[in-house]
Design a binder for this molecule. Structure first.
Ligand code: SAH
Ligand code: SF4
Ligand code: F3S
Length: 463
């Protein structure tokens, strides 16, 4: 069932029209539009894939549904980076079985990273017979074809590929003021704990011209903030263009006001890139630079390719070049063999690095990765305890850094209206800011005077 495709060109556009005709016919008969619901798990890469699916769904005549219950088509775009993410999806699939027994026409599709694992795919096929379509991370573009095939044949459609060299992605042109652009796919780093390289394939960079072309079109359609996406954006290379050169090119695109990128890997963060960030005024003064651990021994066992000293040296260089830059990170506790001493090194790294935010994780064993077979796996209680102590170290620093903004004006992209009635947006440092302002500012970058500071957000008014 798994295969590496021979055909490079995929004629999905014609399938979009075929499904559209079926849905238009349904609407003409019933007076209702068919509705689709997508639930996305995992990282920005998956979120962007879901945006591509949404764009295809809209072209196929589907209306968006806000929940599973009212949907004719339910799509789960899955993540498997930690066990918890997978458990959630299996839980949801169980629930859907009940919905579907009341509504037999409902169609269920499962895609994303989870199904790229053979064992999980086999288990899913066996246990969850109510899933109609399963496809992997290499063939998002074929979705309309798979959907059409399911509608026509009535049989289950499974299309999961091991690898795919072609980069032939649908482009989303009707973007809002915030848009993402994939610059690369896959990862070659094989950090010992991580499953991503196995489910997203080897690293492939897109052509710089294609990236620029997509960015120009997005900007022409109103995108002000562009996020460049990749598992390791610093190792981007296409022909003579490396990542530093790429951001200089993006910085010159008219209409783009802000540039972000995620994720940077410390081992590939060059001086040239730091200079490019400093020179490019549209590049937000923020970097997400996952440290993972503060212990050299753990970093070595994780195969991260840098030491604590080198990591802290990078932060010093970044701050020397851009004194106001905010730094956020990812940290894992409870990696196999992590001693209390090692963990103390992570705590004091946090003190030294001074993060304005951090994603923190308890190590999760992933079948097939080297760390899963390492000795001295850490028990749950110890890991949980370290996790709580880590948060207790991170929060006061984040609050202290936020408090520096009190009384100052920050430039904030207003993104929408929150439940509290205030607008909500993001500062350059990617901090959430609640703004006392009216809705017409949504989509604009506005100066906001900060009046209150919390650990996870700021509050302000138009300056
Ligand atoms: N490519 C990015 C991140 C991808 S995964 C990078 O290298 O920074 C996002 C985060 O999930 C990682 O940074 C790591 O902190 C965490 N993660 C990955 N595998 C994990 C595992 N097995 N258990 C716990 N956390 C994990
Ligand atoms: Fe996973 Fe490491 Fe690749 Fe990030 S760089 S996706 S953590 S293997
Ligand atoms: Fe998860 Fe896949 Fe992203 S495993 S973190 S959704 S690349």
């Amino acid at each position: 069932m798994k295969r590496t495709p021979m055909e490079a060109v995929i004629l999905s556009d014609s399938h979009i029209k075929l499904v559209r005709a079926i849905n238009d016919d349904y609407s003409a008969k019933t007076g209702f539009k068919r509705r689709a619901f997508i639930k996305t798990y995992g990282c920005q890469m998956n979120a962007h894939d879901s945006a591509k699916l949404e764009s295809m769904l809209s072209d196929m005549g589907y209306e968006r549904s806000e929940d599973e219950k009212n949907a004719d088509l339910v799509i789960y775009n899955t993540c498997c980076v930690r066990e918890r993410a997978e458990e959630k999806v299996f839980g949801k699939l169980g629930l859907l079985k009940a919905y579907k027994s009341n509504k037999p026409d409902m169609m269920i599709a499962l895609c994303g990273c989870m199904v790229q694992q053979n064992a999980i795919l086999d288990k899913t096929l066996k246990i969850h017979k109510h899933i109609d379509i399963i496809f992997g991370t290499f063939n998002i573009r074929r979705f309309p074809q798979l959907l059409f095939s399911r509608i026509e044949t009535g049989g289950r459609v499974v299309d999961v590929w091991d690898e795919h060299d072609e980069i032939d992605e649908p482009v989303i042109l009707n973007a809002s003021f915030k848009a993402s652009v994939n610059i690369m796919y896959g990862c070659d780093n094989f950090c010992s704990y991580c499953i991503v390289p196995y489910v997203r394939g080897h690293e492939r960079s897109r052509r710089a011209d294609d990236i620029l072309d997509e960015t120009r079109k997005l900007a022409a359609n109103g995108a002000k903030e562009i996020s460049l996406l990749g598992q390791n954006v610093n190792s981007y290379r296409s022909g003579d263009t490396n990542f530093a050169a790429l951001i200089r090119m993006i910085n010159d695109v008219d209409g783009v006001e802000r540039i972000r990128f995620i994720t940077s890997h410390p081992k590939d963060l060059s001086d040239e890139l730091i200079e490019a960030m400093r020179d490019c005024k549209k590049v937000c003064r923020h970097i997400h630079l996952p440290a993972q651990s503060g212990s050299d021994k753990v970093l070595r066992d994780m195969r991260r390719g840098y030491t604590r000293e080198r990591y802290l040296g990078l932060l010093a260089k970044l701050r020397a070049a851009m004194p106001d830059i905010d730094v956020t990170t990812d940290i894992i506790v409870g990696f196999p063999g992590e001693t209390e001493r090692d963990f103390q090194d992570t705590l004091n790294l946090v003190e030294e690095a001074r993060y304005s935010g951090a994603f923190t994780f308890i190590y999760s064993k992933r079948a097939g990765t080297p760390a899963a077979n390492m000795p001295n796996q850490i028990d749950e209680k110890t890991a949980k305890d370290r996790f709580n102590r880590l948060l207790a170290a991170i929060y006061p620093i984040a609050l202290e850094l936020n408090q520096r903004s009190l009384g100052r004006a920050l430039m904030v992209l207003a993104e929408g209206k929150g439940a509290n009635g205030l607008l909500t947006g993001r500062s350059e440092g990617n901090m959430t800011v609640h703004i006392d302002a009216d809705e017409r500012y949504i989509g604009s970058i506005i100066p906001v005077k900060i009046t209150a500071c919390k650990t996870f957000y700021l509050v302000g008014e138009i300056a």
